[in-house]
Design a protein around this ligand. Structure first.
Ligand code: IMP
Length: 427
């Protein structure tokens, strides 16, 4: 059985949770490999409706071991709350494990995320303020505290003391806010450690053993390619890599082990937070998509910016990820549209370009060049076979397939697990 990476191909919120929940029914292991509780993965299945922030979306499949990989930053309080919520609703979390190498979100990360955003004023990035950026900053700065550190209270105190001293200097001297108490933070994280100890492991061994047994392994991404710090709309990005390459690092797996890379695309585009989005619709059509699809952030509740499918960005996403297949989600949202537009190029300073520029200043000047297609104006929610879709819906998907540059494997026509059409096999 192979390893499949499930990757957000746009600006996040593409429906990766639904796709992972679906594929996890046959998986031996599901590993979440990046991001933190800035992510919100919506899953609707026989257990009910869930919004997961840290726990992999494979948790509903009784045979699947779920791993929160080393590439994730974990707010332990949020994780404990999520585990308790799942247990309360009858979902077993005894197969959940946390990499001892995963970094922790500390109270100062959350404080600093808010203070830094405030200091940016009108240039605020629109972060989720969950402390994710500051936690990844500390990882790179060698100032991080990791899940494994929770298992040794003495070592935790030794590690925390100088780091908190330094953070308190920044909090008080740069931002003029009150310092955090070492006793309180230490006490709190000792409690978290006691609660999470049964979950914290060396997880790369578990992964290797599953591969040796020939089990299906899913690598679950968070956020999307256009939020990647290298390839996204920098600096309006997140701070860990949502790319297929990030999956290897964040799960602890060799690139040679990945067999399929499934890019998840919404049938249109959304973005939450700051930064350019060439196909954004600040009009009635944008509002219609937002309300019909309930495009409000799962984590922050913020209204998402909505627009037409951007095939320039999509092709770029295929290039930097090497998608072997695509899932098109939320096709049903477009059921009511009499006409549809797909952005096939950008007009930049009077010139048409077909690549995704690195500079946000340039991207902000890009005007979409649209191709128009007729809508199908009928419900697709109950359709389960590609051949049964209205001809115009098939045309729309086939045109996306040509433009994206890889075969469409799945088409989703509603939030429920069953509301999925397998167009071509993933494997
Ligand atoms: P951060 O990841 O909280 O630092 O936020 C940085 C940017 O990424 C902001 O524009 C956020 O809105 C965006 N972002 C972070 N997580 C998600 C997500 O799960 N879906 C969509 N956007 C996200």
């Amino acid at each position: 059985m192979p390893v499949i990476a499930v990757i957000g191909a746009q600006w996040g919120d593409e429906g990766k949770g639904k796709v992972v929940d679906l594929l996890a029914q046959k998986a031996g292991v599901v590993v979440r490999f990046s991001g933190g509780d800035n992510a919100g993965h919506s899953v609707v299945n026989p257990y009910g409706e869930f919004k997961l922030h840290l726990v992999p979306s494979g948790i509903f499949s009784p045979q699947a071991v779920c791993i929160i990989g080393n590439g994730v930053v974990i707010n332990p309080g949020v994780l404990i709350g999520e585990i308790e919520q799942l247990n309360k609703r009858g979902v077993d979390t005894s197969r959940l494990f946390v990499s001892d190498r995963a970094h922790l979100i500390m109270p100062y990360h959350i404080l600093l995320d808010g203070l830094e955003e405030k200091a940016r004023g009108s240039k605020a990035l629109g972060t989720t303020r969950k402390g994710v950026g500051p936690a990844f900053t500390d990882k790179a700065a060698r100032l991080g505290i990791r899940a494994g550190d929770l298992l040794d209270k003495g070592a935790l105190l030794e590690r925390l003391r100088p780091i908190l001293d330094y953070k308190n200097t920044i909090l008080t001297k740069v931002y003029g806010v009150s310092p955090l108490s070492l006793d309180e933070v230490y006490g709190q994280y000792c409690q978290y450690g006691e609660r999470l100890a049964p979950y914290i492991r060396e997880t790369t061994i578990m992964l290797e053993e599953a591969l040796n047994r020939g089990e299906l392994v899913l690598l679950e991404g968070a956020q999307g390619t256009l939020l990647d710090p290298d390839f996204g709309t920098y600096p309006y990005t997140t701070s860990s890599s949502p790319l297929a390459a990030g999956a290897c690092l964040g799960a602890g797996l060799s690139p040679t082990k990945i067999d399929r890379i499934l890019g998840v695309f919404k049938a249109y585009c959304t973005r939450v937070g700051g930064g350019p989005m060439p196909t954004e619709l600040k009009d009635e059509t944008g509002n219609l998509i937002r309300e019909r699809a309930h495009e409000y952030g799962t984590t922050t509740g913020r209204p998402r910016r909505c627009g037409w499918f951007d095939a320039v960005a999509a092709r770029f996403s295929t290039r930097v990820n090497g998608f072997t297949g695509a899932a098109i989600t939320r096709l049903d949202i477009l059921d009511i549209m009499p006409r549809l537009k797909i952005c096939v190029g950008y007009e930049m300073d009077g010139q048409v370009i077909d690549y995704f520029p690195a500079s946000v200043a340039v991207l902000a000047r890009c005007k979409p060049v649209y191709e128009e297609l007729a809508g199908w104006e009928t419900s697709t929610a109950d359709i389960r076979q590609f051949s049964k879709l209205p001809a115009k819906a098939r045309q729309y998907v086939k045109r996306l397939e040509e433009l994206i540059g890889c075969p469409v494997n799945l088409v989703c026509v509603g939030p429920e697990r069953g509301q999925t059409i397998q167009k071509t096999p993933i494997l």
